[in-house]
Design a protein around this ligand. Structure first.
Ligand code: ADP
Ligand code: MG
Length: 285
């Protein structure tokens, strides 16, 4: 009779274990991690992620914003903190400081100039994401908002697989049947990655004319609500198209702080409250 071959324990690279431990350590100091994603580009993820982060800070939550759209980092520009120097200390990199003390980390702070393209393949992007967690001094935070690139690529897979205890994802969509289709794919993808879908925000729902206060549904029929119903998740609200949003983003002034009384800012603030409640925080009305 031949003997059963003895099972060998798996060989685990000690560096891998060390990295896992470091991620765990850093992330355990961050109470909630919320990912902002979408199926498509240009739907307003970075605008919404940045302004949700500022809204959470405004509500009294200590918040950080991690921009992992390496090919198109845009949060620093929208918050007016491009060009801030990152300070390296023995314990890690100090993130940049945005409006109201919001902490921000983005590849934008590390690129030598505006014309340098980022030509990275998947494994490098995955390493960079883990470094944004392990090598950055986020300290104790209530919220870390993660601004994702569009789609269901390497970055989203890394966030799902490497970052422990992500509370969930907020999906940004625009009112169109096309967007409805792609956001559905992202929701299913997030579920597969073990990221809980929290809710849907519809951006560019209608054009809000600041002069007359009139509303025009220019892009298509509202679909954000439909998606939320279909997947049984919360509808977090409608954000109108408003020329002041584009202006504030381009001039680097946090929109919710510059135009707090606009319908878009009020709805963003409401969405931030809903998100905080969804992850179990108490929110003053
Ligand atoms: N509701 C809105 N009204 C006006 N402009 C908007 C609105 N949402 C986004 N934008 C503009 O659209 C562009 C794309 O937004 P961005 O947040 O970079 O999208 P994404 O991160 O999904 O690629 C930016 O120039 C931004 O200023
Ligand atoms: Mg973006």
């Amino acid at each position: 009779m031949s003997e059963e071959p003895k099972r060998q324990p798996p060989i685990i690279n000690p560096k891998f274990l060390e990295r896992k431990k470091k991620i765990q350590e850093k992330m355990s100091k961050i109470k909630h991690k919320v990912v902002v994603m979408s199926g498509k580009g240009g739907v307003g993820k970075s605008f919404i992620a940045s302004n949700l982060a500022v809204s959470l800070q405004l509500m009294g939550f200590k918040t950080g914003l991690m921009d992992v759209d390496f090919h198109g980092p845009s949060a620093p520009k929208m918050l007016g903190i491009r060009g801030q120097r990152l300070i390296g200390t023995e314990s890690g990199i100090q993130p940049a400081v945005g409006p109201l003390g919001l902490l921000v980390m983005s590849l934008d702070f590390l690129l030598p100039d505006d014309d340098s393209p980022v030509i990275w393949r998947g494994p490098i992007k995955s390493t960079a994401i883990t470094q944004f967690v392990t090598d950055v001094n986020w300290g104790e935070l209530d919220f870390l908002v993660i601004d994702m690139p569009p789609g269901t690529g390497d970055e989203a897979i890394t966030v799902g697989q490497e970052l422990p205890q992500v509370d969930g994802a907020v999906f940004v969509t625009i009112p169109s049947e096309v967007s409805l289709l792609v956001v559905g794919r992202s929701i299913s993808f997030a579920k597969r990655m073990g990221i809980k879908p929290l809710g849907v925000i519809e951006n560019m729902s209608y054009f809000y004319c600041p002069d007359s206060g009139k509303e025009y549904r220019v892009l298509g029929k509202a679909s954000g609500k439909k998606i939320a119903e279909k997947y049984g998740i919360e509808f977090l609200g409608e954000i109108p198209l408003d020329p002041r949003i584009a202006d504030a983003n381009d001039s680097g002034e946090a929109f919710v702080l510059k135009y707090p009384d606009s319908p878009a800012a009020k709805n963003l603030m409401e969405a931030a409250k809903k998100i905080a409640k969804l992850v179990g925080e108490e929110v003053k009305e």
